[in-house]
Design a protein around this ligand. Structure first.
Ligand code: SF4
Length: 403
């Protein structure tokens, strides 16, 4: 068995390839794959394609040929994450300023870091689940009911950029109606090995489309894969929620680029909010320490544990191996640039414009932050490390008592 290590050096997990093969060969199971936005611009590199090649169609095609019954785009629930997190941001800006800054929480590497080292900031984390957990939750509830499938027969396999997602999927709170949201997580490299084991000629596969109803997504859902993408996507929808109008230019250039810690200002109607974007836990630490000392204030911060965000995740292809004829030292730039270019060319660039998001709210969730949405799409965090060890009341617990 192969042990894969997280680049943040905080996590290690075993691979799940054999369990996934077993599920696929079980005729009683409905095995669903979901693919994170960043995988569409990285997996081609395993098969010698240039860095940042956009291969969503071949990715879907390879998963079908491997034997998955359905192939879903996690990008759809990235749009849903934005609807919920953007609504939280608006709620806090308008009614709960004591809960600012809002801190993103879709990166499990960062969440674990905060739980260990900054528990006093846990009440500030968005309670919104990450996109793959939302996809798993909806697959075993709304989707299962809609298509008449027994949820106990569904096996949800998430193709993700990192090993930290394996840990996240195993968290006890990541369940819906008694079922684990995501059963197995495979990294990009693990899926690459399955594609090789299947003998598929990846670069020459035809392009296939994702399966309904997790098939249509906005440009905002795609840019989740790059550092700054979550914040940029959330701001696009928060503007509409606060002002009732669309941002004239959806691009927020200050959120882009590979600089480790960025600050900026965003105009949301008559409000100017300050934002921060950190990638790498060292930069998150810097930002939080400066916030605590009063040196820097911000209303909303996105944190990604990996340099470059998920396009630089620890489960992504490692460049410099025999398969990479097109090595680029700017590989994270190349991968992120592809996501931004595709976003630019899309008709739908804002999460709230995605027709699938409208459908999910109409048929199941009602509205962002509704009772049903909170039940299935939101989570909690746990102080760990010395706080847990000393069994001491933490700022997080004190805060929860007030609710
Ligand atoms: Fe995983 Fe890294 Fe993305 Fe966080 S930033 S979700 S640790 S790949």
């Amino acid at each position: 068995q192969c042990i894969l290590a997280c680049p943040t050096a905080s996590l290690s997990e075993k691979e799940h390839i054999s369990e996934v093969w077993k599920a696929i060969s079980d005729p009683d199971k409905v095995v669903v794959a979901q693919t994170a936005p960043s995988i569409q611009v990285t997996i081609g590199e395993i098969f010698g394609m240039p860095t940042g090649s956009f291969v969503a169609g071949k990715l879907v095609s390879s998963l079908r040929r491997i034997g998955f019954d359905k192939v879903f785009a996690t990008d759809v629930t990235a749009d849903l994450t934005i609807m919920e997190e953007g609504s939280e941001l608006v709620e806090r800006l308008l009614h709960e300023p004591e809960k600012l800054p809002l801190l993103s929480s879709c990166c499990p590497g960062w969440v674990k870091f905060a739980e260990h080292f900054y528990p006093e900031f846990l009440p500030h984390l968005s309670s919104t689940k990450s996109p793959h957990e939302m996809c798993g939750a909806l697959t075993k509830t709304w989707y299962a009911k809609k298509y008449g499938i027994d949820p106990s027969k569904i096996v949800n396999v998430a193709i993700m950029p990192c090993t930290a997602k394996k840990y996240e999927a195993a968290r006890p709170e990541m369940t819906s109606d008694g079922f684990r949201n995501v059963d197995y997580v495979l990294t990009t490299r693990e899926l690459g090995r399955m594609i090789r084991e299947s003998g598929l000629d990846f670069p020459n596969l035809p392009d296939d489309n994702y399966d309904e109803p997790f098939d249509q997504y906005s440009g905002a859902g795609m840019i989740f894969g790059a550092t700054g993408g979550v914040l940029e996507a959330a701001v696009r929808s928060a503007h509409k929620l606060i002002t009732g109008e669309e941002m004239l230019v959806p691009d927020y250039e200050d959120a882009r680029g590979q600089s480790g810690l960025k600050y900026g200002t965003v105009k949301l109607g008559d409000k100017n909010i300050t934002v921060a974007i950190a990638h790498g836990t060292g930069n998150a630490k810097k930002a939080l320490d400066m916030f605590k000392s009063g040196e820097k204030k911000f209303d909303y911060m996105e944190v990604m544990a990996c340099p470059g965000g998920c396009v630089g995740g620890g489960g992504q292809p490692i460049l410099g191996t025999r398969d990479h004829k097109y090595i680029s030292l700017d590989y994270r730039h190349n991968r992120a640039d592809t996501l931004y270019n595709i976003d630019k060319g899309k008709n739908i660039r804002r999460s709230h414009e995605n027709p699938r998001i409208h459908q999910i709210y109409e048929e199941f969730l009602d509205s962002p932050l509704s009772k049903v949405a909170k039940k299935y799409l939101h989570t909690t965090f746990t102080p760990r490390g010395k706080y847990a060890y000393l069994n001491k009341e933490t700022p997080h617990e004190e805060f929860n008592k007030k609710d």
